[in-house]
Design a protein around this ligand. Structure first.
Ligand code: FES
Length: 274
């Protein structure tokens, strides 16, 4: 709502900072909340995930607890040091530190180059610009047309790596229906956690801008490409929610790790639903 104060003329210097030399913006709303929350959330996630990966323990709940639950931070578990039952098909014998580090690269590269996350961290961490109508925190701007930011274009390739990870985490979610030594098949809270995690990751990946373009872009006449048009019509509403899916899936990856960690460490007993 406009106030008398809002209508007062604000000095603007051509070629200078928006709003004149003393202020970076004419905006009077709390535009700084969004970048501040983004910095807080992303920092918390990076600190937690780094801690969790370097813990190198409590990432798998196996037959001794009648469960088959693995943390998404450690799947696929590829090294010979992986705990029994958590091993994937490939064994890397010379890797001496946490197997979680080997898993990091794919999902991290996909998220780091994501169009939405780029906007979020350019605005919040680099202040470039921090919000619409707020002066850039830097004197110059070269965009993503040169090194190193031109490398963000690899996002479309990370999309395929993300598909591979989603498939593996979906297999983990299916395996979580196993209740070894306890009646074969069932559903526990841990099963639900891994199923929700895999579902959110698929939704986030399907809502990707690069995915929408690959499926429905570069077409002159949809009437000649009915299947692509159908896929594009399904992906478009998802794409409109990409930001929400980005945050929900990121949060739930951490929730899934915390859940498996609590059960594996014995701090919490995974309840069987049926
Ligand atoms: S644009 Fe965000 S995952 Fe592709």
């Amino acid at each position: 709502m406009s106030t008398v104060e809002d209508l007062r003329p604000v000095p603007v210097m051509l070629g200078g900072v928006r709003g004149g030399p003393d202020t970076r913006t004419l905006r009077r709303d709390r535009w700084w909340v969004n970048p501040l929350v983004t910095v807080g959330f992303l920092t918390a996630f990076v600190v937690y995930s780094t801690w969790a990966v370097f813990q190198n323990g409590h990432y798998y709940v196996g037959a001794s607890a009648h469960r088959d639950l693995i943390s998404p931070f450690f799947s696929p578990c590829l090294t010979a040091s992986c705990v029994h039952g958590a091993r994937g098909a490939l064994f890397i014998t010379w890797w001496a530190i946490s197997p979680g580090i080997l898993v990091l690269g794919g999902p991290l590269g996909f998220r780091l180059t994501c169009y939405y996350y780029r906007k979020a961290y350019y605005r919040s961490f680099w202040q470039s610009p921090p919000a619409c109508g707020v002066a850039d925190g830097h004197g110059s701007y070269s965009g993503e047309s040169r090194f190193p930011l031109i490398l963000q274009n690899v996002h479309r390739y990370f999309f395929f790596i993300a598909l591979a990870f989603n498939t593996i985490l979906t297999i983990d979610a299916v395996m979580a229906f196993r209740m070894p030594g306890d009646g074969g098949i069932g559903v526990s809270l841990g099963t639900v956690v891994l199923v929700v995690n895999a579902t959110l990751l698929w939704l986030y990946t399907a809502s990707c801008h690069a995915c929408r373009h690959m499926c429905g872009g570069n077409v002159n006449q949809y009437s000649h490409h009915r299947v692509r048009h159908r896929i594009w019509s399904i992906l478009t509403p998802l794409n409109a929610r990409h930001m929400q899916l980005a945050w929900a899936s990121l949060t739930f990856v951490a929730v899934a790790d915390i859940y498996v960690r609590l059960v594996a460490s014995g701090a919490f007993h995974d309840p069987k639903i049926f």
